[in-house]
Ligand binder design. Structure first.
Ligand code: PRP
Ligand code: URA
Length: 208
């Protein structure tokens, strides 16, 4: 399935600051939200439009507005939460779901601890958010949860991805489009993306 890399100069500029180890939590959070908004602009390029008749101060015209197809943003906790507000600023009527996963530091396997989704998730176009796509254990697990609940039109939005993670999602969920801001070099022995940005959750919430 399609991989979109949103490498607009604004995104690359903000990502350089995000990656810098000297960037503090406040600026890190603000820039993650801004990058998410710029990515969402591309991720939502194929939203359906309906013609509407409106009156400008000069004349009547046919304009186009979003068709009202239902949207959902689903965040993989914790770090995926940082991407939700940026998307909601663009599509405020979207419903929000949460999937709580953490990666066991020894096995690198995802451990599920929470799941709350909109009851009509099967009818919604879903944007699944997690800033880091590393081994993809978390994303593949979250996508399986969404599909088990009936969701079938899903895009995965990650800010930085490793090639290994992209490949694994494409193999496990070939129908899911992936939208990222950067594809990095590789994973290190601890499953961290290199060069990456470090631990996203810790940098967002200051927990290190
Ligand atoms: C991080 C990140 C992803 C996951 C990516 O979460 O936010 O969810 O790791 O790694 P993977 O692709 O190898 O699964 P983490 O487990 O650190 O939990 P946190 O967001 O609660 O800190
Ligand atoms: N999780 C993170 O937060 N960072 C990585 O590089 C990999 C997984």
């Amino acid at each position: 399935m399609k991989l979109t890399v949103v490498d607009h100069p604004l995104v690359q500029h903000k990502l350089a600051i995000i990656r810098d180890k000297n960037t503090g939590n406040k600026e890190f959070r603000e820039l993650m939200e801004e990058v998410t908004m710029l990515m969402a602009y591309e991720a939502m390029r194929d939203l359906e439009l309906d013609p509407v008749t409106i009156e400008t101060p000069l004349t009547t015209m046919t304009a186009h507005m979003l068709s009202g197809k239902k949207l959902a943003v689903v965040a993989i906790l914790r770090a995926g939460l940082i991407m939700v507000d940026g998307i909601l600023k663009l599509v405020p009527a979207a419903k929000v779901g949460h999937i709580g996963l953490y990666r066991d530091p020894n096995t690198l396997q995802p451990v599920e601890y929470y799941c709350k989704l909109p009851s009509d998730i099967a009818e919604r176009r879903v944007f699944l958010t997690d800033p880091m796509l590393a081994t993809a254990g978390s994303a593949v697990h979250a996508l399986s949860i969404l599909k088990a609940k009936g969701a079938h039109h899903i895009k995965l939005m990650s800010i930085i991805a490793a090639p290994e993670g992209i490949k694994r999602v494409q193999e496990a969920h070939p129908d899911v489009e992936i939208v990222v801001a950067a594809v990095d070099s590789h994973l290190n022995d601890h499953g961290y993306i290199v060069p990456g940005l470090g631990d996203a959750g810790d940098r967002i919430y200051g927990t290190k």
